[in-house]
Design a protein around this ligand. Structure first.
Ligand code: NAD
Length: 350
């Protein structure tokens, strides 16, 4: 497959393929941009139908990390890794150790962490072969609780700060009595519900599984609603916190909430949705800006002299960044994601 002609090739600095005969590892690491610092990004293990699909994924994901790190004001670049294989059936210590050696061969230009299909214990196996493994040494937490390596508490707090900023921008008010619809109450969504509840918001929740819905109902007084129509509720904020693509041709014209702000990655099914929302006067908070808490958490794990307070302070800055994006969007009459992209590109020097 031709790399330089690939539609998702975006002047990536380095893309390397690796096959380890002994363990059977087949993997790709893509470093998109290191102008701001070494690239950081999770490793995804997935049974890709072809190496071409794996390449597309790693090119897109690594590029996204450059934008996310820049908007989070981290001295880091964007990179990502994919392992071709089924995480339920194809994992072995040998594969993870071979992946660690592959990472080590980048000499620190790429730092690996967890993503879909990869756990902290997998990263620990990689770390036996490389100094450049991260996300496996949880030390700090946003609420002072014992960290367990899962960045979801930081992500949800960052999303909460982002929602606060968006509501203040749009309504000039706090969250008291504001109605928020959360689609997907998993690791991030359920914790977000707790923050919002404590701030006085009225919650509506949906999911494809009942368990966490009942917790949200019980603990945060949330109303359980139909998952197929939650996007069209007459609420103040719609918070997609499940999978990507929640804003698509089928949903976009039914959205009534004046603000969309949630944790899910890739909420817009395509770039056109940014303009459609803008024309409908719906304030869309770019996903990679509001959900940067996870990468901020991992960054703080990699530095020696941080603490819970520093982590919390940097997460709260997500709110300031969002206010900045929204102000630029209005002032220039340009949709929010386009504005965020431009600011990020300026920061990492594209
Ligand atoms: P999770 O798997 O713990 O939670 C996702 C929840 O969404 C689950 O409860 C699941 O049942 C539900 N869900 C799945 N499909 C659904 C559907 N079609 N409709 C409604 N609900 C559905 O994941 P998470 O860690 O909470 O992450 C949520 C989103 O935030 C993901 O898109 C993830 O990529 C993104 N994100 C997470 C982090 C993090 O720190 N965990 C960081 C950045 C971005």
């Amino acid at each position: 497959m031709a790399l330089f002609e690939h539609p998702d090739f975006d002047n990536h600095e380095q893309v390397a393929f690796h096959h380890d005969v002994q363990s059977g590892l087949r993997a790709i690491i893509a470093v998109h941009n290191t102008n701001l610092g070494p690239s950081l990004g999770g490793c995804r293990m997935w049974p890709y139908a072809s190496s071409s699909d794996a390449l597309t994924d790693v090119l897109r994901l690594s590029k996204g990390m450059s934008y996310k790190a820049a908007m989070a004001n981290l001295p880091q670049g964007g990179g990502k890794a994919v392992i071709i294989g089924n995480p339920r059936t194809d994992k072995s210590d040998g594969i993870m150790q071979a992946m660690g050696k592959f990472v080590e061969s980048f000499g620190g230009r790429y730092l690996i962490a967890e993503d879909s299909g990869i756990t902290v214990s997998d990263v620990n196996q990689m770390a036996t072969q490389t100094k450049y493994a991260s996300g496996n040494q949880a030390r700090y937490s946003v609420d002072g609780s014992q960290p367990d390596g899962n960045p979801a508490p930081s992500t949800s707090y960052g999303v909460f700060c982002g929602i606060q900023a968006a509501v203040a921008f749009k309504f000039n008010s706090d969250l008291k009595n504001k109605k928020v619809a959360i689609q997907g109450v998993g690791h991030v969504g359920l914790r977000l519900a707790e923050h919002l509840f404590k701030a006085g918001a009225k919650l509506y929740v949906s999911d494809i599984y009942e368990e966490n819905l009942l917790i949200a109902q019980d603990k945060y007084n949330a109303e359980i609603v139909d998952n197929n129509s939650i996007h069209s509720l007459n609420v103040d904020v719609y918070a997609p916190c499940a999978l990507g693509g929640a804003i698509n041709q089928q949903t976009v014209n039914n959205i009534q909430a004046p603000i969309i702000a949630g944790a899910a990655n890739n909420q817009l099914i395509n770039d056109d949705m940014d303009r459609v929302l803008f024309n409908r006067n719906i304030l869309y908070v770019p996903d990679y800006v509001i959900n940067a808490g996870g990468i901020i958490d991992i960054y703080h794990q990699t530095i020696e002299n941080s603490n819970n307070e520093n982590l919390r302070t940097q997460l709260e800055k997500i709110g300031d960044t969002i206010t900045d994006v929204l102000q630029h969007s209005i002032a220039n009459n340009v949709p929010t994601q386009q504005i965020a992209n431009k600011i990020a590109e300026h920061k990492f020097g594209k």
